[in-house]
Unconditional design. Structure first.
Length: 276
């Protein structure tokens, strides 16, 4: 975790000669620490706990710890997304993070993006955006930052070259997901990129049972008690509705994307990239 006193100094390397489609690998991006708030997630240790699960102020307070201990390869996924964003960013366009929560991804990207950009964060939780605003104070010395409190389906994605949507689509009604993906596709500039991370389920019941056991072991290894795991699973029922990988790809294809690949997958979480 990184506290305010140890936040990395922001310097902008010269963008002269930088190819926005560069395939240069930056190992520092994968080694750096994320800017995470220190409050520990203990929401499901004792009652009452949020049921059904909602992104209230209690969840916002511990969200950074919750997601970093609950999502396999969380740091690596954000670093991977930042790498792809740098490669496909078109100067003068927008990079949009849907469901930006506390701004962790935008803060990371802002540190490593080699040229000034317009970074847009969308979230329907004002408390989340207040945390994001605080995290992004130094990023704003380099980049233009816009934080929008609204539902993603109400927003425009025009003049964007990169759209990130990590662990957000899974909370939306199915009909809204398709509509949103179509809107993203239409708003992206030609050659623009969508980076999508989601919780998924297996089409094979036996595999799903195995994956669930592995995932719960992962959470236990990260300090969650069995009762906490069960309580949160119960709270998320019918709130977080995962699809299969094939269903995710089908939705992307039906939205207009034809070039689709998966750079990361572990347990029941996957990241997909789709090109317009």
């Amino acid at each position: 975790m990184v506290d305010e006193s140890s936040a990395i100094a922001y310097t902008l390397k010269s963008a002269q000669g930088i190819n926005p489609m560069s395939d240069q690998f930056d190992p520092e991006l994968f080694q750096t620490k994320l800017y995470l708030s220190p409050e520990k997630d203990e929401l499901f240790e004792t009652g009452p706990w949020p049921k059904p699960f909602v992104f209230n102020e209690d969840v916002v307070r511990v969200f950074d710890d919750m997601i970093s201990r609950s999502v396999p390869l969380y740091r690596e996924v954000l670093a991977c997304a930042a790498h792809w964003a740098r490669d496909y960013y078109q100067p003068g366009t927008k990079i949009i993070d849907i469901g930006c929560s506390t701004g962790t991804f935008l803060e990371l990207l802002g540190r490593f993006l080699k040229q000034p950009a317009t970074l847009v964060g969308i979230d329907n939780s004002q408390p989340m955006l207040e945390k994001a605003r605080h995290k992004l104070e130094k990023v704003q010395q380099i980049h233009q930052v816009e934080l929008i409190c609204d539902r993603a389906e109400n927003c425009s994605f025009e003049d964007s070259s990169v759209v990130i949507i990590n662990y957000t689509l899974q909370f939306l009604p199915l009909q809204v997901r398709q509509k949103l993906l179509k809107s993203i596709y239409e708003g992206l500039n030609p050659g623009g990129l969508l980076f999508l991370s989601e919780k998924v389920k297996s089409a094979c019941p036996q595999f799903q049972e195995t994956i669930t056991r592995h995932y719960e072991a992962f959470k236990a290894h990260n300090g969650y008690a069995k009762t906490e795991i069960e309580r949160k699973k119960e709270a998320l029922e019918n709130v977080l509705v995962p699809l299969t990988e094939a269903q995710q790809i089908q939705m992307l294809q039906e939205s207009g994307f034809s070039q689709i690949d998966s750079p990361i997958k572990l347990h029941n979480f996957i990241s997909l990239v789709a090109l317009k």
